[in-house]
Each structure stands twice: as structure tokens, then as C-alpha cells.
Design a protein around this ligand. Structure first.
Ligand SMILES: Nc1ncnc2c1ncn2[C@@H]1O[C@H](COP(=O)(O)OP(=O)(O)OP(=O)(O)O)[C@@H](O)[C@H]1O
Length: 237
């Protein structure tokens, strides 16, 4: 793919933490292009570099070497202010833990983000997409883990980000609840055409992606395109 056509473009990306004898090479010359609207699942053993890669494409960290672009914006070497603006305008993050503010209602947790977004959707629309419109006035402590994760997804997408980055979004959830959360992520990707990159330890989840990228020891070890994208309800593990 031409770099300009990609939403996310990495070329020769390396990341070294620390220096000297204690240096850890977390990524080694990674090349990857992610197309608009694509759903990519990142698999790999613990320590293979998945979170490092996600943090770099999300503008939370910079590579030690190589080129990183969001569309035609260079992220490697960007200033802190530029990276903050990139994250605010273009990226939604979902992590294993939901990081909701306990003293705010569901609606207020999601609305917080809309104050600093250029073109947010109505909060109730975001809550509708995660099927939680009826819980808008509840507090996080009144919701299950899966419901709290759906609020976190609503918060991530209410600003209509072009890129949704999820690091182990189902890591803290049981089987059925995890599937519901995956349904929501698949729906956002399908209906809003949000480009999605999802880290998981669970190889079965790869079957819902357009592309499965496996990392091993900081390198891309394999890339696979499932013949047909499965819905989360068709997955089993
Ligand atoms: N801030 C840091 N300082 C030093 N080393 C780090 C730092 N962050 C990550 N590493 C190391 O870089 C390597 C890749 O870590 P990373 O978190 O990207 O892996 P991962 O595939 O996401 O692992 P996991 O599945 O366990 O979350 C590991 O060896 C890790 O210990």
C-alpha cells in the first residue's frame, strides 16, 4: 500500500528501552500499514512488543528509530503538543481496565470527552452504540465489568476518532461478557468505519479481524488474512 493511502504507516520502527547492558529491544524494524476502516488484531506472547507498538501508533510514545505516520502526519519526532493533539483529535483508546470516574454518572463520564473534541457525536448516540442508553444515569459501581468496559468504549468513540486502539479490552472479563464487548468493537468498526487495532492474548479473537498480525520478540512473525471475518458470536475459545 502507498504510505499516503494508509491510516497508520510504520516503516523500520524500532524501540529500545533503557541503554547499555540493561537495554531492552522491544521492537525491531517493524513495517506495517493499516488501511482505512481495517480491523487488525495483534497477537503475540507476553513481552513480544504489542503494547509498545500500540503506544507508538497512538502517540503515547515515540520510536527510537523509524518512521511512523498517521495519514500524512509524521508522529516520530513530533512534539509533545503535537502528539497530544493527535491523540485528542484522532485516537480512541480502550484498555483492560476501564478508568471511569466513580463519582460521575455514565453520561457524565462520556460527556467529559466531548468538551475538548472538535466534532463529537451526541453522548446518547455513543451510549446507544454500546447499548447502554438505559443506564446513562447510573454510576460505574452500579454496572458490571463488561458494562463498564462498554462505557469506556463509548467514551473512546464519542469524539468520532478515526482510529480505535484497544489493549486487551476483554482481559478482565468472563467469556460471555468479553464477547459482548467484542460485538461492540466490531459494530463501531462496521458502522462508523473506525480503523481498529486490538491487542489480545486470545488467538480465537483474530478470526473477527481483516488481518491478524503476530509479533514475536519485537518483530512481525506472520500476517494472516482470515478467509471470512467471523462475528464474535461465532467465535469460541
Ligand atoms: N517502560 C519500559 N521500560 C523498560 N522495558 C520496557 C518498558 N515497557 C516495555 N518494556 C519491555 O519491552 C518488551 C515489550 O513489552 P510490551 O509491553 O510491548 O509487550 P507486550 O507484547 O505488550 O506484552 P504483554 O502481552 O505482557 O502486555 C518487554 O520485554 C518489556 O519488558
Amino acid at each position: 500500500m502507498e504510505p499516503a493511502a494508509a491510516v497508520l504507516h510504520l516503516h523500520g520502527v524500532s524501540k529500545v528501552y533503557g541503554s547499555g547492558d540493561g537495554a531492552v529491544r522491544a521492537l525491531r524494524e517493524v513495517d506495517l500499514d493499516v488501511a482505512p476502516g481495517e480491523f487488525v488484531v495483534l497477537l503475540g506472547a507476553s513481552g513480544s512488543g504489542k503494547s509498545t507498538l500500540l503506544n507508538i501508533v497512538g502517540g503515547l510514545d515515540r520510536p527510537t528509530a523509524g518512521e511512523v505516520r498517521f495519514r500524512d502526519h509524521r508522529l516520530d519526532g513530533a512534539s509533545d503538543a503535537d502528539l497530544t493533539r493527535y491523540r485528542r483529535e484522532h485516537v480512541g483508546f480502550v484498555f483492560q481496565f476501564y478508568n471511569l470516574i466513580p463519582s460521575l454518572t455514565v453520561r457524565e463520564n462520556v460527556a467529559l470527552v466531548t468538551d475538548i473534541a472538535a466534532d463529537p457525536m451526541p453522548v446518547d448516540e455513543a451510549l446507544g452504540l454500546v447499548a447502554l442508553g438505559h443506564r446513562a444515569d447510573h454510576f460505574p459501581s452500579q454496572l458490571s465489568g463488561g458494562e463498564q468496559q462498554r462505557v469506556a468504549i463509548a467514551r473512546a468513540i464519542v469524539k468520532r476518532p478515526e482510529v480505535l486502539l484497544c489493549d486487551e479490552p476483554t482481559g478482565a472479563l468472563d467469556y460471555g461478557t468479553g464477547k459482548l464487548v467484542l460485538e461492540v468493537i466490531a459494530r463501531i468498526n462496521r458502522e462508523l468505519h473506525t480503523t481498529a487495532v486490538v491487542i489480545t492474548h486470545n488467538a480465537a479473537i483474530g478470526q473477527m479481524a481483516d488481518r491478524i498480525v503476530r509479533l514475536a520478540d519485537g518483530r512481525i512473525a506472520s500476517v494472516e488474512r482470515p478467509a471470512r471475518r467471523l462475528t464474535p458470536s461465532e467465535l469460541s475459545w
